[in-house]
Design a protein around this ligand. Structure first.
Ligand code: FES
Length: 316
């Protein structure tokens, strides 16, 4: 991910109950880095609150503004509460954008978008891109109540019955198995809470390679490592080899060795620490790469993924 810049809040808008939209711009005006649907930025929070990832949910054609949607989580770690305290003119330090949920619509192709709650933020830009590309698409949008669902009126107004709404307080629950079964040829993009992601993943077992794309907010539950012993990691560019004990991550060990390694979430959800694999079997434990990408063995997230053998070589 690219270096830090400080932007300012140009506009703050209440988008739904507990959801605020922040439009971020350069204080002096001017263009920001381009982005495509599915991209996110890292927001670097003050006061030791760390970093959080937020999907860009505006219009990629508006190149002077990045829009993020933030759900207030009062029981969270404080990041969303801080962002909800911001108003016009307040500074926000960001990095990015990066994209591990990329969407390249093809005319005539069929897409099924599944969004749960604030998971609508990356999906909103995808829906519009699919529409512009002349693709066939349908959106399944689930939330606690209509009042908590950002962009709902806009999406219903613009696209009508191509949007299926499931509001929990109306007793409507999305039957994921049935919905996916009705679209066997569709390429599926899903973003939302863990239980929605898991349901979509479970219902997509025999979908062809490349037909399921997931973006998780939370790290997926991990089982025991494949190789439950310490292992060696040769760092090709640094010219050293480190030993990673069972209870530590590759990232921690390489940082301790004085090697510069980028990181952000450190739990396998953001993709910042991605490093190319040169040699060896890897136990992929991240929530970013698709199963196909993990099988390809091109890269790994060194904050959570480990060796599946006594020694691996990575490009670091
Ligand atoms: S630091 Fe976020 S995936 Fe590793």
């Amino acid at each position: 991910m690219t270096g830090e810049i400080t932007l300012v809040v140009r506009t703050r808008t209440d988008a739904a109950e507990g959801v605020v939209l922040l439009d971020l711009v350069r204080q002096e005006g001017g263009l920001l880095r381009p982005w495509a649907p599915g991209a996110h930025i890292d927001v670097v929070l003050p006061g030791g609150l760390g970093e959080r990832q937020y999907s860009l949910c505006g219009d990629p054609a508006q190149q002077d503004v990045w829009r993020i949607g933030v759900l207030r989580e009062d029981g969270g770690r404080g990041g969303s509460v801080h962002l909800h305290s911001l108003y016009e003119g307040d500074p926000v330090v960001v990095r990015g954008p990066a994209n591990h949920f990329a969407f390249q619509p093809l005319p005539g192709r069929e897409y099924l978008f599944v969004a749960g709650g604030i998971g609508i933020t990356p999906i909103r830009a995808m829906v519009r891109a699919a529409e512009e590309a002349g693709a066939h698409w349908r959106l399944v949008y689930a939330g606690r109540s209509r009042g908590t669902m950002a962009f709902l009126d806009e999406l219903l107004g613009d696209f009508g019955d191509r949007v299926d709404v499931f509001a929990g307080d109306e007793g409507a629950r999305a039957d994921v198995v049935a919905l996916l079964g009705e679209a066997p040829d569709a390429v599926v993009y899903c973003c939302g809470p863990a239980r929605l992601i898991e349901a979509v993943e479970a219902a997509s077992g025999d979908r062809p390679r490349g037909h399921l794309h997931l973006e998780r907010f939370e790290a997926r539950a991990l089982g025991a490592p494949v190789y439950d012993e310490s292992f060696e990691v040769e760092l090709l560019l640094s010219g050293i080899t480190v030993t990673v004990p069972q209870e530590r991550s590759i990232l921690e060990v390489v940082e301790e060795a004085g090697v510069l390694a980028l990181s952000s979430c450190r739990v396998g959800t953001c993709g910042t620490c991605e490093v190319p694999i040169v040699d060896g079997e890897v136990d992929h434990r991240d929530s970013v790469l698709s199963p196909e990408e993990q099988d390809d063995g091109v890269s790994m997230m060194i904050c959570v993924s480990r060796a599946a053998c006594p020694r691996i070589t990575i490009e670091l």
